[in-house]
Design a protein around this ligand. Structure first.
Ligand code: MG
Length: 287
């Protein structure tokens, strides 16, 4: 199932995407927002609601980020070897102690940075003009997770989405802690929807690709993650309760703008597309 949020009659609505249609669930008995729905997933009749919902043409609906987060996006840095190497070679990480980390490098992005598919990434929000893209697979948590074992970790996953971990590189460097450079408004495109784990049980078999104006910049298999989904959930749930609707962006592959010499940062008029097999394509213009 592909769970989406879309705008209709001026309001945010919950929907399920099937081919070129979106089924409007707003008149069903389901909780009206995605995070509550995920929290009650085992107890509600989603399939029934889908059969009763109004079908609308997908291209007539404006998709939004698939959920309204209640906690900052949890994100993982340097989680692909090739990218860790290019990033290290760029000399940009002021906090780096070793190229390939022994433990996951985990930071957060402000909820206020989240935008939906086709929403513009606004370069004016980065005063340093060093805005870069990072295509990433993101985990959407399902059942609450605290102290879960590796073997149980995927039972707590609701599904997968796509995040573009847009970054102001000079801010990332200057402020040492990454929060500021990762959190300008509009710097967390998310979507186009959440593909549930039953529809895509083996995310490791998928590939992630990022294009800028149609030119392929990043191409990485999810199975190349240094710290895989299970390992990230084990690490985080050792210290905190992961809650329904929490989002973990799992890290980017080789080919970010800072990896080029000279760097190829985003510019006005660019279009960035991040695609993951089995999920879809997240497209955002740059203004
Ligand atoms: Mg990233």
């Amino acid at each position: 199932m592909r769970l989406a949020n879309f705008q209709w009659d001026g309001e945010r609505r919950l929907g399920v995407v099937e081919h070129d249609h979106i089924i409007d669930l707003s008149s069903s008995a389901l909780p009206p927002n995605t995070v509550d729905l995920i929290g009650q997933w085992d107890r509600v009749q989603v399939n029934h609601a889908v059969t009763q919902g109004t079908r609308r043409q997908l291209d007539e609906a404006r998709l939004l980020a698939p959920l309204v987060l209640r906690k900052d996006v949890i994100a993982v840095g340097r989680n692909y070897r090739d990218h860790a190497r290019e990033f290290s070679d760029s000399g940009f990480d002021a906090s780096e102690k070793q190229m390939i980390p022994d433990h996951p490098v985990i930071f957060s992005k402000a909820t206020s940075s989240v935008i939906g598919p086709d929403d513009p990434i606004v370069l004016a929000n980065d005063p340093t003009n060093t805005t870069d893209y990072e295509g990433e697979m993101a985990v959407v948590m399902g059942r609450p997770a605290r102290n879960v074992s590796r073997g149980d970790a995927l039972d707590h996953v609701f599904g997968w989405t796509i995040v573009n971990d847009v970054t102001a590189r000079d801010l990332q460097k200057k402020h040492v802690q990454w929060f500021v450079g990762k959190s300008p408004d509009t710097f967390c495109p998310m979507g186009p929807w959440i593909t549930t784990i039953d529809e895509l049980p083996d995310i490791r078999a998928s590939w992630m690709r990022t294009t800028v104006n149609g030119e392929l910049r990043q191409e990485a298999p999810i199975e190349a993650l240094i710290f895989d989904v299970e390992s990230l959930i084990v690490t985080l749930s050792e210290v905190m309760t992961l809650e329904p609707g929490d989002v973990i962006a799992t890290g980017t592959g080789k080919g970010v703008g800072i990896g080029f010499d000279p760097p190829r940062y985003l510019a006005t008029g660019d279009v960035v597309e991040v695609s993951i097999d089995g999920i879809g394509t997240l497209r955002n213009p740059v203004i």
